[in-house]
Design a protein around this ligand. Structure first.
Ligand SMILES: *Cc1c(COP(=O)(O)O)cnc(C)c1O
Length: 362
């Protein structure tokens, strides 16, 4: 098996779920496993999560079908609802829940002839301005859903936060206020919190929380410290090995385009992982890499299948020594910050090339 592997820790996953439960003990937990569970493997994650969560969520019916056909029986919400009316019948046939975020979708639902009514979620736009109905029309949509034979009684009322991970809390507080005003007097369960909301806005946990990213052990606050987020354990650790070590005289360059130059006699370790394995090519010189558990700076451009690290300042390094690119001991957010992106993107863009090695020990 290729030495570059994404180790997936099920015990870390369970630890994170437990933390989420402690943070929101009165809420039901919908685990968001869209985009192949942010690169971790949706089916593996869904199977591991099933005994511990109340529902799952994905972006589209294709993702829900894949889970359903593999034996997942937990209800699955389609976060963007359906993209064409025929998908409503498919959703009904697998018992999926659907978001209604627009008049068009409501019209499709009302006009459908479904074998059984769907559990609907109604999405209200409180400031994200991406999907959702105007807050003032919430009552109208709610009553039309209640009246439709294709909708189960009591749609869940939901919204999505735009900036709950930011230092400025006012925008989220305004969203919460909008949401409460829009839903006042309606008998329904409610949902607003993603990972950042779950961590930073307990007043917005309501009946359902919808975390994704934090379940994989990553902080939505990136590298900023946070009392609770810092207790999360990374589920994915991207591992590789050193395959060559060389001494490079001062003044020599390393890698494509001479992107790094030795300003002293240096020892360079070559690692068999590159952007073809999901490591970002945009990672700058100095991006931290763990070699034998010690932090070393990336030195030179990341290639497709390899990268190079300056190991001058750590003890002896030989081919076969272990390398961690992110995960246990090195948060993906830190690497992401050195590559002008966020941990979400690093994880979600993981290609299939590194085998996912599932581990279940503590
Ligand atoms: C992706 C998504 C989530 C989960 O967000 P995280 O930041 O990963 O916790 C929750 N709700 C909606 C509507 C989403 O699209």
């Amino acid at each position: 098996m290729r030495a570059t592997q994404a180790h997936i820790s099920l015990s870390a996953l369970r630890h994170n779920v437990e933390l989420v439960r402690q943070l929101a003990p009165a809420s039901r937990l919908m685990a968001v496993v869209k985009a192949d569970a942010y690169g971790h493997g949706a089916l593996t994650m869904a199977r591991a999560l099933e005994p511990h969560v109340d529902a799952l969520a994905v972006a589209c019916i294709e993702e829900a079908l894949e889970l359903y056909e593999s034996g997942i029986t937990t209800p699955i919400l389609l976060l963007q609802g359906v993209f064409e009316p025929q998908e409503l019948e498919l959703a009904a046939s697998i018992g999926a829940w659907v978001n209604i975020h627009s008049k068009t979708q409501l019209g499709w639902l009302e006009a459908a002839h479904l074998q059984c009514p769907l559990q609907c979620w109604l999405k209200i736009d409180t400031g994200m301005h991406r999907l959702g109905i105007a807050p003032a029309s919430t009552g109208d949509f709610y009553h039309r859903l209640e009246a439709s034979a294709n909708s189960q009684a009591s749609p869940v009322l939901s919204t999505h936060f735009a900036s709950a991970d930011g230092a400025d809390r006012d925008f989220t507080l305004a969203q919460i206020q909008q949401f409460e005003q829009a839903t006042v007097g309606l008998v329904a369960q409610r949902s607003a919190a993603n990972s950042a909301g779950t961590l930073a806005f307990p007043e917005a946990h309501y009946e359902w929380i919808r975390p994704g990213y934090m379940l994989w052990g990553n902080s939505p606050f990136g590298t900023a410290p946070h009392e609770h987020a810092d207790q999360l354990r990374p589920v994915m650790t991207l591992q590789s090995v050193v395959t060559a070590v060389r001494d490079v005289p001062a003044g020599e360059q390393v890698g494509y385009s001479g992107h790094w130059r030795a300003d002293r006699p240096s020892r360079i370790a070559t690692v068999t992982a590159g952007y073809g394995d999901g490591y970002p090519r945009t990672a700058r010189n100095g991006t931290p890499v763990l070699v034998n558990g010690q932090r070393c700076p990336l030195a030179g451009r990341v290639s497709m299948d390899m990268l190079t690290v300056d190991v001058t300042d750590i003890g002896p390094v030989v081919p076969g020594d272990p390398v961690t690119l992110w995960g246990e001991g090195l948060p993906a957010a830190e690497v992401a910050a050195c590559a002008d992106t966020i941990g979400y993107e690093l994880l979600t863009r993981m290609p299939a090339r590194p085998p996912r090695v599932i581990r279940d020990e503590d």
